[in-house]
Design a protein around this ligand. Structure first.
Ligand code: IPD
Ligand code: CA
Length: 268
């Protein structure tokens, strides 16, 4: 368990430092640096600066590890560990001043592909609310020093679900059709705006379930470990794993119905 614990401690320490930098930059004012995949897909100077800080800290502490970050891309390592990083998840919330965004850092082992990797440690830090969600494989999921557990039971009123929508307007009709299929399971639906926190909230029992198409590896790497370590189920597609086609998370009692409604097939 020693390696996972070391990775966990490092993820937590760097997430806190990165979050403090993002908060300082937010207070100074946010400048949109560029648009990416679509006009709505923005990157701020802070996203870039925070990722550079995380990457430098990781390189100094563990020079042989690989890296996969939203803003600076992938670099293979030689240690078998890869860090999967979203410096600011929920950039649109960050830019608008909605305090629901997070630094997301995961350490994964094996092939750095979400269909194949094993998540070892995770930190999802929401600096604006000073909430630190963290997990280590086999060691549970935590909010600060409080152990997390998903909602295992299905309530009679239906599930409190969350989802998200891609930046590309061409994907909206399909996403809305999926929402219509899932709504019979729901007591209500949230669109929180940061996938890492959607997953953290499932882990914490603040949501009963979450589904979203179009996520990138850095959006779900840390949050998925939070959910499984909190006793929940995570899946999606391709290959029954969280991915571009679908990411799913909930307690086990809800999972198959959620997967069927969101994806048209059962199972994780
Ligand atoms: C986005 C957020 C959002 C989700 C998008 C992601 P970003 O990440 O997680 O909730 O719906 O698919 O791209 O761009 O803020 O890092
Ligand atoms: Ca981001």
């Amino acid at each position: 368990m020693a390696l996972e614990n070391d990775l966990h401690a490092l993820a937590v320490e760097i997430a806190r430092e990165a979050g403090a930098l993002a908060i300082r930059r937010r207070a100074e004012g946010v400048a949109i640096a560029a648009t990416k995949s679509a006009a709505a897909d923005i990157v701020t100077e802070a996203d870039r600066e925070v990722e550079a800080l995380i990457r430098a800290r990781l390189a100094a502490a563990r020079p042989h590890d690989g890296f996969l970050g939203e803003e600076t891309g992938a670099e293979r390592g030689t240690s078998g560990i890869t860090w999967v990083v979203d410096p600011i998840d929920g950039t649109v919330n960050y830019a608008y001043g909605i305090p629901v965004w997070a630094v997301s850092i995961a350490a994964v082992s094996g092939d750095p592909d979400p269909r194949l990797w094993t998540a070892e440690a995770a930190a999802v830090y929401a600096p604006a609310t000073d909430e630190l969600f963290h997990a280590v494989r086999g060691g549970g999921a935590w909010l600060g020093d409080e152990r997390l557990a998903v909602n295992a039971e299905r309530g009679v009123a239906g599930a409190l679900l969350a989802t998200g929508f891609g930046y590309d307007p061409a994907t909206h009709a399909g996403d809305l059709a999926r929402v219509a299929r899932v709504m019979p399971l729901a007591r209500d639906l949230r669109r929180i705006g940061a996938a890492s926190l959607d997953l953290a909230y499932v882990a914490a029992g603040r949501l009963d379930g979450y589904f979203e198409r179009g996520l990138n590896p850095w959006d779900h790497a840390a949050g998925a470990l939070l959910v499984t370590e909190a006793g929940g189920a995570v899946g999606g597609a391709p290959d029954g794993r969280p991915g571009q086609t679908m990411t799913l998370a909930s307690g086990h009692a809800l999972f198959d119905d959620l997967a069927f409604a969101a994806l048209g097939v059962t199972g994780s």
